[in-house]
Design a binder for this molecule. Structure first.
Ligand code: LLP
Length: 415
């Protein structure tokens, strides 16, 4: 626990607010974020790179709520977007288009056109086909598109296989062995301004060494190109730093940034990072209420009002999330499966948890700010939860709970 998440008289508080009170006020399930914590996390990145030309581009996919984007834009962040929708969110929230990186392996014509219209910082290109398409669409707008080539450095990282992205058989990036000729080809394209080299090796990586390894590979590559008269001005090492817990986040970010910074030495290229989880992960919680408890076979179940549709990571990646009772209570401790109301046995939030739980209790899923609401769905026609941000000692609802009207808005009966 930390100053942001602490118990006072047995009651869990987040950034100064009693979570029982938050649950009473906004009902459950509900996401709660701390503006202070997001700010601290972002600043921890910026601090370490202060003396270098750097751009910290928040990966919007981690949590795209426009209030969060607005806050980060006010702090001077850049943004890493992966669709026209994310790009439009950033612009709407006041983000600077000149600080937007457009990532993604499958950019559509609409995505590319929108990026060109806004004169974004650059596209991180992942294939020859995409490069040619950007060249053509930039020509249609009489523009030169700034482009980095995202190479695939073939690095094995310790993470869930679904979110490792830097191995040569992954769909991402350009095979490092093919990249050399592609840089030469890109340099001569009429509507392309070749500015950099990029990579992203995966997500939820706790160890800094694969990042250092990939940075080394990229720097060697860049130096080789320099000899061949291709001068790149930026190097983008992607996102991916794992969040440990609420305490250690800023320290982890700082250690990571310092390691990268020292590997970078006194080079003059701009260094770009695309952190998502490490900015917002520990700055968000999911509150949920225990609807029922029951015993089936050998197992005790606590059935809560948040399901896999609200938070899918345990079901999808078997991620083990910390879950705590918001109010300590004195009933008997048992080993519980914390499960949701969705009609699937994969709908669980935690397994084998020794807890004291009774119906009506409020539980809290900790470190749930990243890839939480962002991956929520309306499965089982469930209304997605509200999002609350604690800002300047106030609770502000930055997204309402959905209603029946919301979830049927784009549907119609046959006649
Ligand atoms: N840049 C690129 C090109 C990415 O694809 C990603 C994440 C990031 C940056 C940000 O990575 P981060 O710093 O957040 O690790 N849904 C999964 C995570 C998928 C990550 C996809 N790409 C999860 O819930 O664990």
């Amino acid at each position: 626990m930390s100053i942001f998440l602490e118990r006072k008289n047995g009651e869990l508080h987040f950034d100064g607010f009693s979570l029982s009170d938050v649950a009473k006020k906004f009902s459950t399930p509900c996401y709660v974020y701390s503006k202070n914590l997001i700010t601290e996390n972002f600043k921890a990145y910026n601090r370490s790179f202060r003396s270098k030309r750097s751009l910290i581009c928040y990966a919007v996919k981690a949590n795209p709520n426009i209030a969060i984007l607005q806050l980060l834009a006010e702090l001077g962040a850049g943004f890493d977007v992966t669709s026209e929708g994310e790009l439009n969110r950033v612009i709407y929230a006041g983000g600077d288009p000149k600080k937007i990186i457009f990532s993604g392996v499958g950019k559509s014509k609409a995505d590319i056109r929108q990026g060109l219209i806004h004169d974004i910082h650059c596209f991180n290109v992942e294939s020859m086909h995409e490069l040619l398409l950007i060249n053509q669409l930039a020509g249609d707008q009489n523009k030169k598109a700034s482009v980095s080539l995202r190479v695939n450095p073939d690095i094995n990282v310790q993470t869930h296989p679904y979110i490792a992205t830097g191995l040569k058989n992954d769909k991402f990036g350009i095979d490092i062995n093919d990249a050399h000729k592609m840089f030469h080809f890109a340099k001569d394209l009429k509507n392309i301004n070749l500015v950099g080299i990029a990579c992203h090796i995966g997500s939820l990586i706790y160890d800094v060494s694969p990042f250092k390894q990939s940075l080394k590979i990229l720097l060697t590559f860049l130096d080789k190109l320099k000899v061949e008269n291709i001068h790149l001005s930026q190097i983008d090492i992607g996102g991916g730093l794992g969040v440990f817990n609420t305490d250690a986040c800023q320290e982890t970010i700082q250690n990571f940034s310092e390691a990268i910074s020292s590997e970078f030495g006194d080079r003059t290229e701009q260094i770009i990072l695309e952190p998502g989880r490490s900015i917002i992960g520990n700055a968000g919680l999911l509150l949920m209420k225990v609807e029922h408890t029951k015993r089936n076979g050998d197992k005790n179940f606590a059935i809560v009002d948040a399901g896999m549709n609200d938070y899918i990571r345990p079901a999808l990646y078997q991620s083990e999330m910390k879950i705590e009772s918001v109010t300590s209570n004195s009933c008997e401790e048992k080993i519980y499966e914390i499960v949701g109301p969705v009609c699937e046995s994969g709908d669980f939030l935690g397994k084998n948890r020794l807890m004291s739980i009774k119906s009506g209790d409020i539980l809290c899923l900790i470190d749930a700010g990243a890839y939480g609401f962002a991956m929520a769905s309306n499965y089982n026609s469930r209304y997605r939860p509200p999002e609350i941000i604690i800002s300047n000692q106030k609770l502000i609802m930055v997204r309402k709970r959905e209603s029946f009207e919301d979830i049927t808005r784009n549907e119609s009966l046959i006649n």
